[in-house]
Design a protein around this ligand. Structure first.
Ligand code: ADP
Ligand code: MG
Length: 644
């Protein structure tokens, strides 16, 4: 097998890795245990070893203060955010503020950034994959919740780099799940992906047309998942223990951690059985030193009564997505269940009631995301290297006969199979192998393409005119290329010109989950790229100087839907520098904000008067520099080598 590209579902609770090759798509399991789920837990042992996965999870019960879990809930969040504040109350490990406003984990006297913690998990995932495959694996596609913002996505990428991975793509989890179900099936229809995991809930609505997957809306809640259910059950257990023993275990972090683990066990049992009974021994000691045990029973009926409001909240989020897509739940052809918490019978019943159709669960909800990531990874595996940012990429699947509209682009590299319509072939000729094109390549406005497997990497250094709204989308800009709905399926896969994999890449049309905003005056902000815009997407804004001779401009940027800047999630600031000296207001800078196919933000700036490119840099809250990544990778390599 050629160098594999891993599909990694980096979960809040568990991570899963899969690969796809000509034969099939499969989840890789730990050779020793046969387990596909790798707990996303890192424990710092007194010996100096760093345990990751199952070994680390077991340490939660005995060394809670140095055992770190659910880091995905916090990654990319500023230390001063509500989420980190809540986490500090409930997590037994220590968090403190880092120099750039991010959160750091402190364990055994050392501090670690959150990407560094995630990188430990990714290293373990990679090690599991390499042992299962019997060969090295460096490239990967990593999935994230669809509603992850810029900070969370870039922190996840940083984690990949610290783990020594080449992250080829950040892919949204629901889109991956849809791929696992739909890719290659030739099906058409509306699909809803309902993902209730350990930490988060996500709903994504998409249209499937053969191998074209177009997301129409996505919404989520990053604090709604199985962990919250565990806490409800643990609270009930603590109440019972207090009633029986007049001792409140909530004051003792280690004891509470044991309750939480027992609660999770009880919850999972109740998905299969009508009642559970359990004892937690020596949860605390009485005044006379005698051990106090928790004896606890719970019925499915009881847990369901507790859960109904929590599961109900998932449908508020669904309603939000329905509004965006202007659809009703009953208009969906399929509902796909993702995430361990969808094993709960009540969840399945409520989903069925809401969508008025039985959800599909033929693929294990725990592994479906990794499988989809692997499918996409394989599609990217044969690719030429990614161009330097900003870039956009479009893949046209074999059975798509549609229109590809290429507007004015400057193509740095275009790699295409033979036998293409002349305008595209010409672009390819101009750029293939040779130096970058001297002039912009202006392509015909619309070209009919059929039976082609195309990868077009374009690097735009031109401002594009506004594009018409993409099909089914809510408007805004698309990058350079717009693919219309295929009009008819291609008759036979066998007859296709094949360039790399035996099946060409799926076309993924994703959307941005939150609006990107810039701060304006008196605490207000102005959206630059609106929520639910199809990505890749870009928008240009013109800024000007406010002082005579001003050499740089700082613009605060955030993501969110509020008109007030402070109510949005601050991303950091954009710095424009090296401006020419001139009276105030005389210098204008056109800043182009791009959200690329990974959902991450890129900017470039230009002085429209002189055509000069301007320096533009984004300093993200909690951002990590390349040097820091290299240092973390080195420290981690040592830890890992010592532990093994
Ligand atoms: P994530 O994507 O957040 O890592 P997963 O999809 O792995 O999460 O789901 C983990 C969650 O699913 C945990 O809260 C776990 O307790 C829960 N879970 C797993 N199996 C069951 C089950 N049989 N019944 C109820 N909850 C379950
Ligand atoms: Mg998940």
């Amino acid at each position: 097998m050629a160098a594999p590209v891993l599909g990694i579902d980096l979960g809040t609770t568990n991570s899963v890795v899969a690969v796809s090759d000509a034969g099939n798509t499969r989840v890789l399991t730990e050779p020793e245990s046969g387990s596909a789920l790798i707990p996303s837990v890192v424990s710092f042992h007194p010996s100096g070893d760093v345990l990751v996965g199952h070994g680390a999870r077991d340490r939660r019960l005995v060394d809670a203060a140095n055992t770190v879990y659910s880091i995905k809930r916090l990654i990319g969040r500023p230390f001063r955010s509500e989420e980190v504040r809540r986490a500090r109350e409930r997590f037994p490990f220590e968090l403190r503020e880092g120099p750039t406003g991010g959160a750091l984990v402190v364990a055994r006297g050392e501090s670690y950034t959150l990407p560094e913690i995630s990188a430990f998990v990714l290293r373990e995932v990679r090690s599991v994959a390499e042992r299962a495959l019997g060969q090295a694996a460096v490239r990967a596609v990593i999935t994230v919740p669809a509603n992850f913002n810029e900070l969370q996505r870039s922190a996840t990428k940083a984690a990949g780099r610290v783990a020594g991975l080449e992250v080829m793509r950040i892919l949204n989890e629901p889109t991956a799940a849809a791929l696992a179900y739909g890719y290659g099936s030739g099906q058409t229809g509306r699909v809803a992906i309902y993902d209730l995991g350990g930490g988060t809930f996500d709903i994504t609505l998409l249209e499937m047309q053969g191998d074209v997957f177009e997301v129409t809306a996505t919404a989520g809640d990053t604090f709604l998942g199985g962990d919250d259910i565990d806490l409800l059950v643990a609270e009930r257990m603590a109440d019972v223990f207090l009633r029986d023993n007049r001792y409140d275990p909530r004051g003792d972090r280690q004891a509470y951690e044991r309750l939480r683990a027992a609660a999770e066990w009880a919850k999972c049992e109740l998905s299969a059985q009508p009642e559970v009974e359990l004892t937690v021994e020596e949860l605390a000691y009485g005044e006379d030193g005698a051990a106090l045990n928790l004896n606890f029973t719970m019925t499915r009926r009881e847990i369901e009564a507790m859960l109904t409001p929590l599961v109900g909240r998932t449908f508020d989020v669904c309603e939000d997505a329905m509004r965006l897509a202007r659809l009703r739940p009953a208009e969906f052809d399929r509902v796909i269940l993702v995430g361990g918490s969808t094993r709960i019978p009540l969840v399945r019943r409520m989903v069925q009631e809401y969508f008025k159709s039985e959800p599909c669960c033929d693929i294990d909800p725990d592994t479906v995301v990794a499988m989809g990531a692997a499918i996409h990874a394989r599609a990217l595996a044969g690719d030429v290297p990614q161009p330097s940012a900003p870039s956009s990429q479009v893949q046209v699947p074999d059975n798509a006969i549609g229109k590809v509209a290429l507007r004015k682009v400057s193509a740095e590299r275009v790699s295409l199979p033979a036998g293409l319509p002349p305008p595209i072939a010409e672009a390819s000729n101009r750029t293939a192998g040779g130096p970058p094109p001297a002039a912009d390549v202006v392509l015909g406005s619309s070209i009919v393409v059929g039976a082609a497997d195309i990868d077009v990497d374009v690097n735009m250094n031109e401002m594009l005119p506004p594009a018409p709204p993409p099909p089914g989308g809510t408007g805004g800009f698309d990058a350079a290329i717009m693919m219309q709905q295929p009009q008819a399926p291609y008759p036979s896969a066998m007859a296709l010109p094949q360039t790399r994999a035996d099946r060409p890449a799926p076309l993924l049309l994703d959307v941005t989950p939150q609006s990107l905003v810039v701060e304006t005056v008196s605490g207000y902000c102005d959206p630059v790229i609106r929520r639910n815009a199809a990505i890749p997407v870009e928008q240009t804004r013109v800024f000007s100087t406010g002082l005579d001779g001003q050499e740089s401009v700082l613009i605060r940027i955030a993501q969110g839907e509020s008109r007030r800047y402070d109510e949005c999630q601050a991303l950091g600031q954009l710095e424009l520098h090296g401006l020419r000296p001139a009276p105030r207001g005389a210098v204008k800078i056109a800043v182009t904000f791009e959200i690329d196919a990974d959902g991450t933000l890129q900017v470039r700036a230009e002085d429209p008067e002189t055509g000069q490119r301007q320096g533009a840099r984004i300093a993200l809250v909690g951002g990590i520099s390349d040097e820091e990544i290299a240092m973390m990778a080195q420290r981690q390599g040592q830890h890992f080598a010592e532990s093994r």
